[in-house]
Ligand binder design. Structure first.
Ligand SMILES: *Cc1c(COP(=O)(O)O)cnc(C)c1O
Length: 387
């Protein structure tokens, strides 16, 4: 089976992890600091807070922005559940904004309409979480302008997007948001096994996220309610978590970051080849916008209307799997998950997201995918489409 995604681990990665294993620090230590510096150097944000997953990073990002009970978080329905769950972790309510069918990203037009209505109803969200689906930036200038107009905070879920650019600047520089979150899960662009990070330009947000990452405990006397009892002293001033990344993971991350540009370049070469191989087939290749450069975490095709009728979306998907092509579907619209339906959402609520779900298939996309395997994928697709 050709998988849809796969990590690339070099001898340098292995050496970096082994060296850390033989060092004094296994848990959060100097390698985490080096990794955070590699991220801020690469992205141009002032601060990077590494965490044990993007899910944790989203949670501490929401907490740092003060999201809590009675508040509202909006995100895209076409994302992994974690982009929405972070709001529920904080006791806030969650709602969704439908997607732009060409980019699969949260639609600024739908956002403007929904913000106008929410403003009129006196129920504005505190935080919106645009997701850079497949690694392609959302229209952040439009989203940031709306957020400013209505006093809403912005967390970019850039789990797919390290190495991508928006308006010729790196995604993660937070020029249009309060915080940007990356994931380093093995299927993503660079990996630390499990891992994530939250980038920001705001020193106070960085300090709050570091606090929530580690039990809400501080050794910084400026933050304490009374003078330290002695050199051993620390204070718990918030209810935090253990969301720390280990030095083993960070060492892998530092080593992987040396190759991020190469990874994204290879993904673009693979996408170019798919674009060519798919021409003339009854499928829509993904749009690549010209106001940035996608990190191309995913290559999502949509079946044309005639193939949706016959042989049908599910049959094409199963046909690919049966032919050894590990296709996937990113994502099931979050509002149709039972957990969210129980909170009041129903099919039909976000029609563009649901139409996308009815037609989308993620083809294999990872930097070591060879040309022969790409030809195999497209041959299998032709057979599954019966063309
Ligand atoms: C992978 C992913 C996450 C969660 O990442 P983890 O590091 O596995 O917690 C969140 N949002 C999106 C869009 C993702 O793709």
């Amino acid at each position: 089976m050709i998988p849809y995604g796969r990590q690339d681990i070099s001898q340098a990665d292995i050496d970096a992890v082994v060296e850390t294993l033989q060092s004094d620090f296994l848990t959060q230590g100097p390698a985490v600091e080096r990794f955070e510096k590699a991220l801020t150097d690469y992205c141009g944000a002032a601060f990077g807070v590494a965490a044990n997953s993007a899910t944790s990073a989203l949670h501490i990002a929401c907490l740092a922005l003060g999201l809590g009970p009675g508040d509202l978080l909006w995100t895209s329905p076409i994302t992994f559940v974690a982009s929405a769950n972070c709001g529920l972790y904080c006791g806030a309510d969650v709602d969704f904004v439908d997607i732009d069918p060409e980019t699969f990203n949260l639609s600024p037009v739908a956002l403007e309409r929904k913000l106008e209505a929410a403003h009129a109803a006196g129920r504005l969200p505190k935080v919106i979480v645009p997701v850079h689906m497949t690694g392609q930036s959302c229209d952040m200038a439009a989203i940031a302008a709306l957020a400013r107009r209505y006093g809403v905070r912005v967390i970019e879920d850039a789990s797919h997007a390290i190495g991508g650019r928006y308006r010729d600047a790196p995604i993660g520089n937070c020029a249009f948001s309060d915080i940007t979150v990356f994931s380093f899960h093995p299927v993503k662009i660079v990996t630390t096994a499990e891992g994530g990070a939250a980038m920001t330009n705001d020193p106070a947000l960085a300090e709050r996220m570091r606090l929530f990452r580690s039990h809400g405990v501080t050794r910084d006397e400026r933050l304490m309610t009374r003078p330290a009892d002695g050199p051993w002293y620390y204070q718990q001033i918030e209810l935090g978590y253990n969301y720390r990344m280990t030095d083993l993971q960070a060492a892998l991350g530092v080593s992987q970051m040396n190759r991020v540009d190469d990874y994204v370049a290879r993904r673009h070469a693979i996408a170019d080849r798919y674009d060519a191989l798919l021409s003339g087939l009854p499928v829509k290749p993904p749009l690549r916008r010209t106001d940035g450069r996608s990190a191309l975490h995913l290559y999502v095709i949509r079946l044309a209307a005639e193939t949706l009728a016959a042989p049908g979306h599910r049959a094409v998907f199963e046909g690919l799997r049966a032919r050894g092509v590990g296709v996937n579907l990113h994502y099931i619209p979050v509002h149709t998950q039972p957990y969210y339906e129980a909170r009041g959402f129903a099919p039909g609520d976000f029609p563009e997201a649901e139409a996308y779900y009815a037609a989308a298939i993620s083809l294999p996309m990872f930097p070591t995918l060879g040309e022969a395997d790409q030809v195999r994928v497209v041959d299998a697709l032709k057979e599954a489409l019966a063309v």
